[in-house]
Design a binder for this molecule. Sequence first.
Ligand code: 73E
Length: 829
Amino acid sequence: TIPLESRQIWKKFSLGEFGDKQEFQQEFVRHVETSLARSLYNCDDLAAYQAASQAVRDRLVVAWNRTQQKHTLTDTKRVYYLSLEFLMGRALDNAMLNTRTKQYAREGVKDFGFRLEDLIEQEPDAALGNGGLGRLAACFVDSLASENYPGWGYGLRYEYGIFKQKIIDGYQVEQPDYWLTYGSSWEIPRNEISVDIMFYGYVRHYTDDEGVHRRCWEGGDVVRAVASDFPVPGYGTANVNNLRLWSSKPAQEFDFAKFNAGDYINSVSEQQRAETISAVLYPNDNFDSGKELRLKQQYLWVAASLNDIVRRFKKSKRPWREFPEQIAIQLNDTHPTLAIVELQRIFVDLEQLPWKEAWDLVVETFGYTNHTVLPEALEKWPVPMLENLLPRHLEIIYDINLYFLQEVEAKFPNDRELLSRVSIIEESQPQQARMAYLAIIGSHKVNGVAELHSDLIKKTIFKDFVAVYGGDKFINVTNGITPRRWLHQANPELSDLIASKIGSGFVKDLSELRHLEKFADDEDFQRQWMLVKHKRKEKLAALVKSQSGVVLNPDHLFDIQVKRIHEYKRQQLNILGVIHRYVELKQMSPEERRKMTPRVSLFGGKSAPGYYMAKTIIKLINDVGKVVNNDPDMFDSLKVVFVEDYNVSKAEIIIPASDISEHISTAGTEASGTSNMKFVLNGGLIIGTVDGANVEITREIGEDNIYLFGHLADEVEDIRHKHKYGGVQVGKKLQQVFDFIQSGALGDPEIYTSLLHSIKYGGDYYLVSDDFDAYLEAQHTINHDFKDTKEWARKSIVSVSRMGFFSSDRAIRDYAEGIWNVEPSPVEE
Ligand code: 73E
């Protein structure tokens, strides 16, 4: 250890926060001239972005170290959030705002001839996720840091994030998203932190010195997982947490046998294949493709993370029984479920703990969050695949299952049906391991992500487990969003306006928004409020103009649906409704048409590359846009836009610009939704079904401030049954739309046959026909209400003032108190 005097000297040179603009500028120039090896004469926006980022990052790293040191010294309980996806978006703006250095940076770069906004735009999105699940993880790490919890994220460092979407001739075309072309300024490579991970091999049985029969996994291929750290700054705190992402690399011990046999090229190239494990994010949202490479990703990530966690625990020299007092691990969906098996293997095979003792520690450590009830998204791994890739883990799964089924048998004797229903192993051809069941059995708490969803899983997919464990194991933690990115950063205009009335405390404590309600009737404030909305609609219009050439009028009603394209989210309901409106408008005289509320229908979102129906929906939207936007009759009435390549950065422009946004999933299918919260927080009203978090949003903001329609979740099963045996009744209005499409008015109707047939003759699984008229009616009410600007503004202000509950800070506190049992541990500033 360093002697006291030396420490004092050291501290004198340690980096503090920027005290003024000059300190920022000094660091900026130093990074341009040394780290980037450039000069005044060849510093472009990209270089300036990198220098600014590195200047800010350096401060984060110092605070990061202090935070980690404090948490290690005080030996506080840590929480680890295991997620295959972290949809972080850009980091610079967020880091400047969280550390309150944006002003210095803005003025600092301005002196050098740069606009900070241009530099911010240089950063590629860290798009290591598909949609809501990955973005939730990103909001959660922000809130963990902001609420001073010792919490780390663990994930994979994909070299290719979610693909970039191009629209060509109305169709989605995927392009690779190599986000590391210029490296990442936010990444701290940790080449010294690596874990060797085994695949394949066999299980050796042996008897140890004490005569105990033991098993050991060996003889497999080894791949190396190498760590990279990304600092996660909290807002208004000196705490900086860690996001650790693993890359796969060839292990040192490459194939010497082959090498010596003279097959040099092959011995090297086979090792290169190791790198493919973490190379690319699977682009499926709410869908399980069951590929071996995905299983390898899951195991590499989970095994590396657990090795890291256990190594850290061992340093504390505590006995194993204190493991769950020191460590909580949250499983973001079933993707990391192998962590349960891996920890049990570490305890039993490597640390030689008795099975039962080990298992109790495992269950106390883990919590499992379920995000979906869609059957096609529930992970199952074929037993033969597990047996081949992870032979010892399969044995452990069998043992976990055996002990669990014995428990069930003791509680419900002679119920063989029940045993087969709850078995981890599904008796199909081939057999499959049901990962959700394993996650439930290996966790002490299971949570859904909104009230309706948490109730639904107890009544449907996990019903038998509620019978076995009782209801207390199953809880709800309603999702939330970080007000930093989704209000303060994305919508500074609104954030400032709110702060002018109630101060800026809401950025850290969103419940303070309630003080805004008393200004809801203030006409002057209403005008300022709508002016901000107008400005943000102009900003979105500028984006749309630059990308597609379509000119939008910011006075028109902006109706927005942005999210992954999925039949259950029902973009088809939206676009069929738009076509209906178009047909109606076409039949009117110009005078009649002028009385109608002019609208912009804006869509955005990616389809999984292999999802034919979703791709057809994208094509339909674009074809409608082409016809409508080129029809002179529609110039002042209707525009239809598909925004290419919807991502986090575009969301930051799109979300503040909505008058209405659509959250119209078939009731019971959207577990929560989180963009619904973002839109309302930004003063948009929503049209939605009684699904996911829409239910709680309605409860908080009041029924008068939301446009709900459609059948309820508990009616859906019966309706599907009716469809199946009595056929689907397509109403007059929907039939009109079908006829219009089939007339060829949008182009070759063949293209849409499968889509229309899935509704009319295919059982209409998502109840488009059943909800169509109610949907049109809700839109009709919206058209009417939008004309009363004052009343609209009042609803908007009241809604925002009641959104405090939906902060991810609240969600994180719910997890901390209800599942993790961890305390905040603030670092002194
Ligand atoms: O309702 C959303 C929810 O808001 C849900 O569909 C989404 O998670 C959000 C956050 O809780 C979700 N994504 C996935 N499952 N649920 C998923 C499944 C497999 C692969 C990728 C994503």
